[in-house]
Ligand binder design. Structure first.
Ligand code: ZN
Length: 252
């Protein structure tokens, strides 16, 4: 394990750049850190939304059953906010990495905890949004999932097929990740040469468990984050800084 302070990283950072440029199979996990650099508010930390709002009132299946209007108002507010944000240099660098690997018939998979859709907006294609996407809706009756970019979305939105209420296609507290997403995730973790973990300090357990899976399968694990995290002990290499600076520098 090597943890480098910002001023000491030059040599290992350069080595990592070279390693990544030669790699043919990369899996990436991104978290709120990459979105924060686009101005998307985060949930945890000093300025996190969960300091102002109660997650149990807004982001649980029980909250939606109790007051679907309130929950949709909350998602409308967030949609309006996120709609003003644009992908940053870190999102773009991951698109360029995907294109390079594609042209070399390599492997690429981007797993994200972010629901803002910024990776897709940037042009990433092989994306697994394990916590869902704020621009998608799911029918509480027939389960149909559809894109929906309305701002504001009509409250309460109804399924055009079965007229049941639509809910945000978001994994709420107390809900399990979708099986298909987990299958894609584990397949990508177990088949990559390098696993890149970017800006995930908020979801410590998940990031740490994914890093452990990738490492056990033989991957070299690199963490890019504002600060060291509890998963830092499982990674091979860790760099501290902003995603929008570190990711393009490492992949460019
Ligand atoms: Zn339906």
């Amino acid at each position: 394990m090597r943890i480098m302070a910002a001023m000491e990283v030059k040599q290992p950072f350069e080595e990592m750049r070279i390693r990544l440029a030669r790699t043919r199979a990369v899996t990436v996990l991104t978290g709120s850190g990459i979105s924060a650099d686009s101005g998307v508010p985060t949930f945890r930390g000093a300025d996190g939304l969960w300091n102002t709002f109660r997650a149990e009132d807004l982001a649980t299946p029980e909250a939606f059953a109790r007051d679907p209007h309130l929950v949709w108002e909350w998602y409308n507010w967030r949609r309006e906010l996120i709609a003003t944000k644009r992908p940053n240099a870190a999102h773009d660098a991951l698109v360029a990495l995907e294109r390079r690997l594609e042209s070399q018939t390599g492997r690429f998979r981007l797993i994200t905890q972010n629901v803002d859709g910024l990776h897709r907006a940037a042009g990433s294609r092989r994306v697994t949004e394990i916590h869902g996407n704020i621009w998608r809706v799911r029918c509480t009756g027939c389960g149909d999932i559809a894109d929906n970019h309305e701002i504001p979305i009509q409250i309460l939105p109804e399924c055009t097929r079965c007229h049941a209420v639509l809910r945000p296609h978001i994994v709420w507290f107390g809900e399990a990740l979708a099986e298909e997403d987990l299958r894609e995730t584990y397949e990508a973790l177990e088949s990559c040469e390098v696993f890149l973990v970017i800006g995930t300090s908020g979801m410590v357990y998940l990031a740490a468990s994914f890093a452990a899976v990738a490492k056990a399968a033989g991957a070299y694990v690199v963490e890019l984050n504002l600060e060291t995290t509890p998963s830092t002990h499982v990674v091979d290499c860790s760099f501290q800084g902003r995603a929008k600076d570190l990711v393009p520098a490492l992949l460019g």
